[in-house]
Each structure stands twice: as C-alpha cells, then as structure tokens.
Write a protein that binds this ligand. Structure first.
Ligand SMILES: [Zn+2]
Length: 359
C-alpha cells in the first residue's frame, strides 16, 4: 500500500512536469476567436456547453488508480484478430458504400467514390499524462499505408480523437479537414494551412466530392490540458449522398439530441450508424453512453447496420475490453436493430452478416 502511495505521488509529480513540458499543446485560449453566433457557447466564459448540463465526474479516484496500476486488467489477453487491410479493393470505384474500422473511432468510408476518414489516432497512449490509457492493439495499418482521404472528419479535441502527429502527417499530404468550432483553430495553430480546414458549428454543412457532410449535435466535453475545458466544440457527423447516409456519433452521452438527428434528414435512409460504445462508467455518466443507450440511439436511425465503435484499442474506463460490445449487440437485437461487429481492418458493407468473434 505504502509503495503504491509513493508511486502515486511520483506519478502526480511526473504528470505535472510532463504537463508543463507539453504546454505548447495548450495555447493561450484568449487568442481563440469568440464564437458569438453559436447558441451553445458562452462569450463570457468563452466555453461551449451542453443544453442539459453535465454532472461532474465523481468518485473517480480509486478508478483512476486502477487504470494507472492495473491497466492490464482492461486489456484483452491476446491481440484481437485483425484483417490486413486491402486498400485496393476498398478504394475501387463504384456507387456502393463501403467501410473499414481500424479500431477505436477510426472509420474509413468509401461513399460511392468519396473517401472519408474519422478521427485518425495512432499514438501509443491517449492520456495527456502518459501513465495510463496505452494502446493494447497495434493499428491494422500504418498512416503511410492508408490512401489519402478526400477529407478527415474530426469530432473533438480529446487525445483519443485528435492525434497531432496524424493530423500533421495528413496535412502535409494536402488532406482537408472538417472540424467543429475551435478545433480548426487548434489545427491552424499547429500549422495546418487555412485552406485545408473547414470549421463549422452544429448544422453546418461541407460538400466533399459528391457527399454532403453535416455536423450534428453531441453531448460531451473537450480539452487537452488543465485549463482548456470546453474551449472547443464537440460534434457528430452525418455524411449523405443520393438519399443514403451514414451517421458517425463522435463521443456523446445520452440525450434528446440523438432522437432529433435523424428527423433532420427526412427522406434519407441510414446505411450505417457508427455509434460510440465503450469507456462508460457510473462515475462519469454524462461523458459516454452505456451500451443499452448506444443500442437505443442506433434504433432512432433505423440503420441497415449499427456498428459499435470507441473500443478495441485503448482502455479508458474500468470495464473489460468486450463488455461494451457484447451488451450493445444483445440490446440492439432486442430492439430489432441489426448490429455488425467487423474485425479491425476488414472491408464491409451494410449487407455483411454478423460474426461474434469478440465473444
Ligand atoms: Zn471525448
């Protein structure tokens, strides 16, 4: 016990040092624009907020200690089965919608010839303080193996969704980014060219190839350091082409916004709904959905396939690696929603049949 306490003190000291060493990451937020037009932004505090205020996390101390000192308990016993990505087949032209999941929230979509990628994160660790949240599953492909997307959609600035190295790699290749308010500003401060960034509020739309990309509400939070909580916005996305659409939730907790999103897209059928499913806890109930909520959220979209994401790479909570997916798949089936759990790296479409490899 004494040893653990000493280690904890050292960890905290190390954390403070690392934090200040990494301070370049945390800009002077007063240099960010004031987003006067946004109705979920307070110009006084210069922070975004959720319509239903979030409860602050409570009782997290013991859980965080477990995540630091007993992280392996939340890793799979052996590497997950993966498929070597066949990018040539994935990129083949045609009208079909085709997908690939690379673990956590990295989704590749070939929507009738337009290639989008969400939240590319390849780092070994996604904690601002590198003492927990280590990658347990190697990426199925390295960045330079992935064909260049027509656009990368960023949901928010948490480390498990916004990886500076990945952003700079794809930016140097001329890839365009769509971001919520504030995140584009971060990218500009990192050196991403202005012309590569489309920075929008919820309901904002960007045209990428023949695909219309809309930012849709999420109930979450943001921040990468100690003093920048909620300075930038969080979002989900709907990508639509020819009356067929895909929903990507980003990170969101449960809320009325979920039922409202598909209503804004009347006459559109959802081919796939990629919804966050994992990293929840009673101590932070307003940050992520519980698996049964994820399934219920999927039912609102009546998608041809519901694909649980936000799992399969990093342990960010104190549940086992496959708890989320086992629970959401069974809850979805009870609601008449067709779940699909592709292997990491596998090409699939909405006619693919489920395989329970994660059990
Ligand atoms: Zn997040």
């Amino acid at each position: 016990m004494l040893l653990k306490a000493v280690l904890a003190v050292f960890a905290i000291l190390a954390a403070v040092i690392v934090y200040f060493a990494a301070a370049t990451e945390v800009f002077d937020m007063t240099s960010f624009p004031v987003y006067q037009k946004s109705d979920h932004y307070d110009p006084e505090t210069r922070r975004f907020y959720d319509a239903v205020p979030m409860r602050s996390p409570g009782g997290t101390g013991a859980k965080l200690l477990r995540m630091v000192f007993d992280e392996k308990a939340f890793h799979p016993e052996k590497p997950l089965p993966t498929v070597r990505p066949d990018f040539k087949s994935f990129m083949a032209q045609g009208d079909s919608f085709r997908y690939m999941w690379l673990g956590h929230s990295i989704v590749l979509m070939n929507l009738g010839g337009t290639f989008l990628m969400t939240d590319p994160v390849f780092s070994d660790c996604v904690s601002p303080i590198p003492i927990m949240m280590h990658r347990f599953q190697k990426p199925a492909a390295s960045m330079d193996e992935i064909p260049l997307p027509d656009a990368i959609l960023i949901s928010h600035d948490h480390y498990d969704h916004l990886d500076r190295k990945a952003v700079m790699y794809f930016a140097a290749k001329g890839v365009k980014f769509v971001t919520p308010l504030g995140v584009g500003e971060r990218l500009r401060k990192w050196g991403v060219p202005e012309g590569s960034i489309t920075e929008l509020d919820w309901d904002g739309k960007a045209g990428i190839g023949g695909v219309s990309v809309t930012l849709v509400p999420a109930r979450h939070a943001s921040g990468r350091g100690l003093f920048d909580a909620d300075r930038t916005l969080w979002t989900g996305y709907v990508a639509e082409k020819g009356g067929r659409a895909v929903y990507y939730s980003g990170d969101t907790s449960w809320g009325d916004h979920l039922e409202g999103i598909p209503r804004k897209f009347s006459g559109v059928t959802f081919d796939a709904a990629f919804i966050e499913n994992g990293q929840y806890d009673e101590s932070w109930p307003d940050y992520h959905m519980f698996p049964e909520e994820t399934a219920k959220a999927a039912s609102f979209f009546a998608p041809a396939r519901f694909i649980p994401i936000h799992w399969g790479a990093y342990p960010l909570a104190v549940h086992t690696w496959n708890d989320s997916v086992k629970r959401s798949v069974s809850a979805a089936e009870k609601l008449g929603v067709k779940p699909l759990v592709p292997k990491i790296g596998e090409i699939f479409d909405s006619s693919a049949e489920p395989d329970r490899w994660y059990e």
